[in-house]
Design a protein around this ligand. Sequence first.
Ligand SMILES: [Ca+2]
Ligand SMILES: [Ca+2]
Ligand SMILES: [Ca+2]
Length: 167
Amino acid sequence: MVTTADADTKIEAEFDKLDLNRDGKLDWSDYETLLGRYEQAAGTGPEDRRLQALRGFYQLHYAELLRHAGASGGELTKSQFVSATRSLTADTTRINAAEAGGHLIFDLIDTDGSGVISQQELTHYLTTVWKIDESEAVYNLSELDTDGDSQISRQEFVRGIQFHLDA
Ligand SMILES: [Ca+2]
Ligand SMILES: [Ca+2]
Ligand SMILES: [Ca+2]
């Protein structure tokens, strides 16, 4: 059983990940930085439809977070982000953000369009977008690869991402 405190710790870690300029606030400029990294990882330009879809997703998701936080300005503090994420996760009248985002991100990581993510594709994504170490990327694949075939299927990825965010 996952406690509320555990869930909050995960959401706080998510905030730290997203606050890319490390100013303790989440605003749209952090998402722009993130989208720029996705563009770099994809090796394409802003005309890439997968990137456009991801931008649209983040815009919608961020607007929903602001709405749930009751934020008057265009930024969120960490505590506002935590409560807004919890309330958004509980809001079943909206799309399942983790699932929708997971599919879009999968499409971008699977650069050769094979329908599965290889270790090479995952490492490229994680080191470019999230600036994590290659060894950590290897660990991440083993975490997501539930059937042990050394690749991540779409289902494994989307389920893994959801668990990561919702649990
Ligand atoms: Ca920030
Ligand atoms: Ca692939
Ligand atoms: Ca697998």
